[in-house]
Design a protein around this ligand. Structure first.
Ligand code: SF4
Length: 300
């Protein structure tokens, strides 16, 4: 398959970004949870908890998250600031979502309490691990995740090792996975344009990597942003590098639209005359480029 011409790719993606109906999809996206909180401190904290739990089906983790947020009350930062596992841990009784159990949320609150007490905000914690504030985002993201993984959680895990469920909340870039949930968190906090919050002004959007889930992976392959088969950190870098050729200052701005186009059924990852008819990506889509190439060969 040939790679689409940069100018055609730029035109197609910019059109998708411009014309996408964000309002129609936000209510089906995890971003709706932090969006409920007007106070930036609450939004920053709720966004992290949301991103940590954003694995599996959206409807299932949304139900579990609703329960967790209800337990934290109207001010999650206030809840966490004075959190005492013995006194307050029971608020999460009955919480259950795939790998996660109540003690994982208790541990999250203890770690968030201590990180916020030390740094003031989660942004300051991130920046403290970001060296000169330039270059690849991986090392800083690793340190940020470790601030939560290596917090003093003896009150929650007396044997000294955090549960598998808690460790699952914070994937480490050094393990080579795509770390979709951490990149999603950064996209929300750093990008300056809606639907993202732009609260973390100390980071440039140009440094972000795209959060690659199954939808973004499929769409990226369809429009020639990657040929990799395995969803890894390298795939996130490769897709982001392709998008940076379209918009170097803000490569991950296309994430929401690409993800939701596929998730909503507006793309079926195959040639479909009806579904594909209004699609602005047709000119760069492998499912149509193959057909065009076949047609050209036949006409020869
Ligand atoms: S042309 Fe069809 S298959 Fe290709 S991206 Fe658009 S909707 Fe998906």
């Amino acid at each position: 398959m040939r790679t689409p011409a940069p100018s055609t790719l730029r035109r197609s993606l910019e059109r998708l970004y411009r014309e996408f109906d964000y309002a129609a999809r936000i209510e089906r996206d995890a971003i709706r949870f932090p969006l409920r909180y007007a106070d930036p401190r609450d939004r920053e904290l709720v966004a992290l908890l949301t991103a940590c739990l954003a694995y599996g089906r959206v409807d299932l983790f949304s139900r579990a998250l609703e329960r967790a947020l209800a337990a934290m009350g109207p001010s999650p930062t206030g809840f966490v600031a004075t959190f005492d596992p013995r006194r307050d841990g029971g608020a999460f009784a009955g919480f259950r979502y795939r790998f996660n159990r109540p003690r994982d949320l208790v541990a999250f609150c203890v770690a968030a309490r201590d990180v916020r007490a030390r740094w003031g905000t989660l942004e300051k914690c991130f920046v403290a691990g970001d060296g000169a504030g330039q270059g690849p985002i991986g090392p800083a993201l690793e340190r940020f995740a470790r601030a939560f993984l290596e917090a003093d959680l003896a009150e929650v895990f007396p044997r000294g090792r955090p549960s598998r469920g808690y460790r699952h909340l914070f994937p480490l870039p050094s393990a080579g996975g795509p770390c979709k949930r951490l990149h999603l968190y950064l996209r929300w906090m750093v990008r300056r344009e809606p639907p993202d919050f732009g609260l973390w002004t100390s980071l440039a959007p140009a440094r972000l990597l795209i959060p690659v889930d199954t939808h973004v992976e499929n769409m990226s392959r369809a429009i020639g942003l990657t040929r990799r088969r395995a969803r890894t950190w390298r795939m996130a870098e490769e897709i982001t590098a392709a998008l940076a050729r379209v918009d170097p200052a803000d490569p991950v701005k296309f994430d929401f639209a690409l993800c939701h186009k596929r998730m909503s059924g507006d793309c079926r990852d195959r040639r479909d005359a009806v579904v594909c008819a209004p699609c602005g990506l047709r000119g760069v889509c492998r499912h149509w480029r193959r057909g065009a190439a076949r047609g050209r060969r036949r006409g020869r």
